[in-house]
Ligand binder design. Structure first.
Ligand code: TRP
Length: 407
């Protein structure tokens, strides 16, 4: 089959040639992706006609399924990128990925500014970071109604004592006191619903989400115990927890003991994925340091030093030992420009792609629309099973009864 640009492509979905053709023809990325999408639609008709059905000897083995998500509050920052999106990009070839923009979580601490725009922007950032919409399902959480519905049912199997132990709730509620919302309290149950609806094999998240995913696992087990005992199959599978490679959390630039956060007042505390090279250099130059001699990992008295070295390690792709060899004798004045350059080299191509994509919102909408359809299909399938387990009188039940109506 020929790709949009006229190259003959052995790959029906034209996927392999997208980057290649785009580079060759110097076409803006948005246009390349959009055209690739069209190629896919052209391709699927032929593909479905010729591909063997699943389950036959020649059908490909099922890829492990993953689900993950990031909140669309403001710009994605380096912490979101290294803790989540980058790992998804690396895994997408080997997995069937459901990647949500979790906009319902974004309203748990109050109205979220320009949420609609932030949702589009987060989806664009997924794409700019290299998520391939041909391979992954990218969708907005609030559009798939099953998330809220399943959350209710899961709330009814979750002891509230479990939620009382959630560290993130305690931290966030501290700021809001008695006015902290019910939604903030039950945030982890919504997250469990996000996960369990898609029956993923594992959930790739940053260290800060460990407790939430462990809770989702506990909720799944409790649900299965309560509702699936004696049945041949559990409704939920208990997904594995996979910590992302940068297991260290990415900390704030102005305080190595707090997490890099979108909501922190000081913009200088984080590197946004949309920061220009100048801004990145300035933020790194102003980042908090200490007066120890040399640089080192893991000294609890030097959280900023550990954080900046860890960031350097991840963005350069070097090993810890290589970074120690290269940097342990440096002073801050030498190391900071090195770090700033490494960050710019890594982030700037993403920023450029992002800006290109944001000029074409209709394309981002195409991606989200496609994602909605795929995600919704899967989510409804699970939710229907749950409704059956629980014993609700479903529309399906009622139709069956009507069919048997005696005349
Ligand atoms: N709570 C996560 C965070 O703040 C976002 C999230 C919501 C999520 N639902 C999820 C992550 C499901 C993984 C899986 O980063």
């Amino acid at each position: 089959m020929r790709c949009w640009f006229g190259h003959t492509s052995p790959n029906l979905a034209c996927r392999m040639t997208v980057a290649f053709c785009g580079a060759l023809h110097r076409v803006p990325l948005g246009a390349v992706l959009r055209r690739a999408n069209r190629c896919r639609f052209l391709a699927t008709a032929t593909e479905t006609a010729t591909t063997a059905p699943r389950g036959t000897a020649s059908a490909p083995p099922r890829l492990p399924r993953v689900l993950s998500g990031v909140q669309p509050t403001g710009n994605l920052h380096l912490g979101n990128y290294l803790g989540a999106v980058q790992t998804w990009v690396e895994a997408q070839e080997r997995t069937e990925s459901y990647l949500a923009v979790v906009d319902m979580h974004a309203v748990t601490t109050g109205p979220s500014k320009a949420l609609r725009q932030a949702t589009l922007s987060a989806a664009a950032m997924y794409l700019a970071c290299g998520i391939d919409p041909e391979r992954c399902v990218i969708f907005a959480q609030s559009q798939v109604g099953a998330h809220a519905e399943l959350m209710w049912l899961l709330s009814c199997v979750t002891p509230h004592g479990w939620l009382n132990r959630m560290i993130q709730f305690k931290e966030k509620a501290k700021k809001q006191g008695e006015t902290a919302s019910m939604g903030l309290f039950s945030y982890p149950v919504l997250q469990a619903a996000d996960v369990l609806l898609y029956r993923p094999d594992y959930v790739p998240v940053g260290e800060d989400q460990r407790q939430h995913i462990e809770l989702a696992r506990d909720i799944a087990k409790r649900y299965n115990d309560l509702y699936c005992a004696g049945k041949d199959r559990n409704t939920f599978n208990v997904p594995e927890l996979r910590m992302t490679k940068s297991s260290a959390r990415v900390m704030a630039l102005d305080d190595g003991t707090t997490k890099m956060s979108k909501s922190a007042e000081n913009d200088g505390s984080r590197i946004n994925m949309t920061d220009t090279p100048d801004v990145i250099s300035r933020k790194i130059k102003r980042s908090k340091t200490d007066s120890f001699v040399g640089l080192e990992f893991g000294n609890p008295q030097r959280p900023e030093c550990d954080n900046l070295l860890s960031i350097y390690q991840v963005v350069t792709g070097k090993t810890k030992d290589e970074v120690v060899d290269e940097c342990s004798h440096l002073n801050w004045g030498k190391f900071k420009p090195l770090l700033a350059d490494a960050l710019v080299e890594h982030i700037d191509p993403i920023r450029c792609r992002y800006e290109e994509l944001m000029k074409d919102k209709a394309y981002i909408v195409d991606v989200l629309m496609d994602g909605y359809e795929k995600a919704n299909l899967q989510a409804i399938r699970t939710l229907d099973r749950v409704k059956k387990d629980v014993g609700f009188l479903t529309l399906g039940d009622m139709r069956k009864i009507q069919k048997k109506r005696k005349v």
